[in-house]
Design a binder for this molecule. Structure first.
Ligand SMILES: *Cc1c(COP(=O)(O)O)cnc(C)c1O
Length: 406
């Protein structure tokens, strides 16, 4: 690895300027490693933002996609698509839920969830349904999902926002009860089991069970956005399963297709028949290529024991980071290292966006979210040696950043 910055990213004259991009272009990858167009390699602790479940260039995934491309890429939902049946059955079995709608992205899965909740209300005579959402939540960037999102930066400039949301703080059952007291229009509670963009903030197990009980008592839908924390990342198929509960509606995307765009809304009996023909649809949703990616991702995850690997290597990574940052944790300069499995956040007492470029310079891909949280969401194939390499690069950078004058 050379550390000189010979590659200068061309400014993009034609691609719309919506991202603050790093000055690097990646050309290929293998496992948890990627190479840039200058041939320099990086350890990938970002995994395409929790997307590349089985790593880069996985031989079994590549072969399956190549085979599928020669058969059918896309037909239309005018026809039966057997691969949809196959992936739906796999998701139903692993979630314990009953039915699946396929789309292509996370925000679309969440839009479908919001439509389900509203129609659930209308079907029982509630004309102005309201949905409980959370502070620091992230659900996407469409008009409805950015309205559900609890981040003013995501919403700024796009008003008027969609109405019908009630916002509450995370992990407070009293807060939820107070915000919904005597409100007959509430139809659903909607949250991420572990908030991703909001800074890797897990819902407490007790809270998840309390919300499930309250939803049952009040006849509300429990809708858990598992777009980022689902698909094995925490060591179970879905993060809410650690609490032993089952949601009524569960949007999925990101890791479901290992990089091929696939979204899904998995529902239980309470939400299974809300949509009838004509209520919802998607042109690309559930197309054969996307479905093959989902089916093969799950097969590889099981063949290679990636749930166990995520739990085991994730715990090792967390312990190694805690060791490497022990004095910073003791002094409070590092507030906490949170998360489960391979969804970890290192919460610093000061903004740390500069770490992204510094880590890149040292050959490591990471992200910083919520201004002061280093987020690690690598592929689930990460090895113990790679976890130690992440910590070995990252800890000294964090230590140095915390020593700088504020
Ligand atoms: C990324 C994300 C989304 C949005 O997914 P897109 O595919 O970018 O639309 C929604 N919810 C959560 C929890 C996410 O992490």
């Amino acid at each position: 690895m050379s550390s000189e910055k010979s590659f200068v990213a061309p400014s993009s004259p034609h691609v719309m300027n919506t991202y603050g991009r790093l000055p690097v272009a990646l050309s290929h990858g293998q496992g948890c490693r990627v190479w840039d167009t200058n041939g320099r390699d990086y350890l990938d602790a970002l995994g395409g933002i929790a997307v590349n479940t089985v790593g880069h260039n996985h031989p079994q995934l590549v072969a399956a996609l190549q085979d599928q491309v020669t058969k059918l890429i896309h037909t239309s939902n005018y026809y039966h698509i057997p691969l949809q049946e196959e992936l739906a059955a796999m998701l139903v079995e692993r979630s314990g839920m009953t039915n699946v709608f396929f789309c292509s992205t996370g925000l679309e899965a969440n839009e479908a969830a919001l439509k389900l909740a509203r129609k659930f209300g209308h079907d029982k005579g509630i004309e102005r349904p309201e949905i409980v959402v959370y502070e620091k939540a992230f659900h996407g960037r469409s008009i409805a999902t950015l309205s559900a999102t609890g981040n003013p930066k995501v919403q700024a400039g796009f008003g008027p926002l969609v109405e019908g949301f009630i916002r509450v703080p995370i992990n407070s059952i009293d807060g939820l009860k107070a915000a919904t007291a005597h409100n007959p229009n509430v139809v659903a509670v909607f949250f991420e089991a572990i908030q991703g963009e909001g800074g890797v903030n897990p819902m407490h197990m007790d809270y998840l069970r309390d919300v499930r009980a309250l939803c049952d008592e009040r006849d509300w839908l429990l809708m858990v956005d598992e777009v980022q924390c689902g698909m094995g990342r925490t060591g179970k198929w879905f993060a809410h399963q650690w609490a032993g509960i089952q949601p009524d509606v569960m949007p999925l995307a990101k890791g479901l297709g290992s990089g091929v765009p696939v979204g899904a809304v998995v529902v239980g009996p309470k939400a299974a028949t809300i949509f009838q023909p004509g209520n919802h649809g998607s042109t690309f949703g559930g197309n054969p290529l996307a479905m093959r990616a989902g089916v093969e991702t799950i097969r590889i995850m099981e063949a290679e024991g990636l749930l166990d690997n995520a739990a085991r290597v994730g715990a090792h990574l967390k312990a190694t980071l805690e060791q490497g940052l022990a004095s910073e944790l003791a002094s409070g300069a590092v507030k906490e290292i949170r998360g489960m499995g391979l969804m970890l956040g290192i919460d610093l007492a000061k903004p740390c966006g500069a770490l992204v470029q510094q880590a890149l310079d040292k050959g490591l891909l990471i992200s910083v979210t919520a201004d002061s949280v280093v987020r690690l969401v690598p592929s689930l194939i990460l090895s113990v040696a790679e976890a130690e390499e992440i910590a070995a690069i990252l800890c000294p950078l964090i230590t140095a950043l915390l020593k700088e004058a504020p």
